[in-house]
Design a protein around this ligand. Structure first.
Ligand SMILES: Nc1ncnc2c1ncn2[C@@H]1O[C@H](COP(=O)(O)OP(=O)(O)OP(=O)(O)O)[C@@H](O)[C@H]1O
Ligand SMILES: [Mg+2]
Length: 432
């Protein structure tokens, strides 16, 4: 670019640039390989004041270089350039500006670790960096990224154990829908992008109590191996800055996590209709409406809101553009109840028991009701065994009776009215 005025301007990275820089990072990656330093590590370096520069065209940030330093050693953690600006020498310009700042900070040797084929290889070569094919990179992670682990801990989150997805019995329609719309596009982001399928960022699960909304949300995190953070609305109310302040604080912490499912249970408590603009609900809903767009701009995160009362959610909250899908999780039909009974009985006992009778008798039962009835029946059989010995305690006919009696003593969570309301919601609200 000698002799011409470059169309960009290079300056130090400022706090307000972070959103835009992160977006370019996510959009402009060339490979599926993860960079040596994760996003949380890069953001930590930026916040700690390590040298970092951006390239700006007009008021648009279109490239960035971020470093970390340790005594005389500096590392280029990320070099990123928006696609339209590749091959114009911007990478070398960013590196030159970064080097000047690193030199000023006392750095004498600069290294960079790049996945093969990633953006920047050419810029490093052009800027006098020597490839070191004789060096291999070894890595060991001691208890997840510690800053991240601390934040996750403070938020009461964790990465759920594997196998939760497989543990969901029956509910085949819901399972297949949630797998296709949520899990697969997030698991295969590059492929989704090839077909211009935007992976989902935010969804609502709605349905009567006990049908498995929380179970599905955790199972999605388990499938993705992402952290799971559950928000309980009334706990936010305890925040000294009020619910709205609590929400802001929560989202800013979640921002530090690399991969996370953020789960809001009882979303209607937060995002209810804002009839009266002076109410708390109004302020809180407005706050949430403001927080969703920046959340949506980041990859590798999914907001799941669960609610029993999709009707009472604010219409502005539900508008397309905020939530990608509104997915119903309904009461289990006979086939699903059979699968759920089998899960709680275990395959051995299920073989002898009159499943048809159980399925029929447990009409209007949710998975939670079935779980409860199965437990009651198991308790009865167990006590009989202790009282009478092994003799007939495990006789399948008696076990069937135990279960039918447990069903009779369990009040179904769902009324006919609940089911009608859900059917209405299904027609009016579902967006799948
Ligand atoms: N498909 C399923 N197979 C087996 N167990 C299930 C299934 N769905 C839910 N359960 C069990 O039923 C119980 C209730 O499920 P969950 O808490 O996910 O319901 P929910 O829809 O979130 O309820 P709420 O609206 O009350 O929050 C849990 O103990 C869960 O393990
Ligand atoms: Mg729940």
């Amino acid at each position: 670019m000698t002799g011409t005025v470059s169309p960009w301007r290079i300056r130090g990275l400022e706090d307000g640039d972070i959103d835009q820089v992160v977006r370019i990072w996510e959009e402009s990656r060339e490979t599926d390989a993860d960079p040596a330093a994760g996003l949380a590590e890069v953001l930590t370096a930026v916040r700690a004041g390590a040298p970092a520069v951006v390239a700006e065209v007009g008021d648009q940030v279109v490239g960035a270089a971020v470093s970390a330093t340790a005594a005389e050693r500096g590392w280029v953690l990320r070099l990123t350039i928006a696609r339209p600006w590749r091959h114009h020498g911007m990478g070398s310009a960013l590196l030159a500006a970064l080097e000047a700042r690193l030199a000023e900070a006392g750095v004498r040797r600069i290294g960079a670790l790049l996945p093969r084929g990633e953006v920047g290889e050419q810029a490093f070569a052009n800027s006098g960096y020597t490839g070191r094919p004789d060096l291999g990179y070894f890595e060991k992670v001691l208890a997840a990224d510690s800053a991240e682990a601390t934040i996750l801990d403070q938020l009461g989150g964790s990465v759920p154990e594997t196998g939760l997805w497989e543990h969901i019995a029956g509910m085949d329609a819901e399972k297949s829908l949630i797998e296709r719309r949520l899990v697969l596009p997030l698991e295969n982001r590059r492929t989704a992008e090839r077909y211009r399928l935007e992976p989902p960022r935010a969804v609502v699960l709605f349905g009567p109590p006990g049908t498995g909304k929380t179970t599905f949300a955790r199972a999605v995190a388990s499938r993705l191996r992402w952290a799971f953070v559950e928000v309980v609305p009334h706990r936010l109310a305890a925040d000294p800055q009020g619910v709205a302040g609590g929400l802001r604080e929560l989202f800013s912490r979640v921002d530090h996590l690399d991969e996370v499912v953020l789960f809001f249970d009882e979303a209607e408590e937060i995002a209810s209709e804002r009839r009266d603009p002076t109410t708390l609900a109004h302020r809180v809903t407005n706050e949430l409406l403001k927080l969703i767009p920046p959340f949506r701009r980041r990859d590798r995160r999914l907001l799941i809101c669960a609610t029993n009362a999709v009707r009472s959610l604010d219409q502005a909250f539900l508008r397309p553009g905020r939530f990608d899908y509104l997915i119903p999780v309904g009461p289990p039909d006979a086939e699903a109840r059979r699968a759920i009974w089998t899960r709680y009985l275990g395959p051995d006992r299920a073989a002898g028991i009159d499943l048809d009778a159980l399925v029929l008798a447990s009409d209007r039962f949710t998975p939670a009701d079935i779980e409860y009835a199965a437990r009651t029946a198991a308790q009865t059989a167990f006590e009989r065994h202790l009282a009478e010995g092994d003799g007939h305690a495990a006789d399948p006919r008696r076990l069937t009776e135990d279960h039918l009696s447990a069903i009779a003593h369990t009040r179904p969570s769902l009324t006919e009215e609940d089911i009608r309301t859900f059917d209405q919601d299904l027609r009016n609200a579902a967006r799948v």
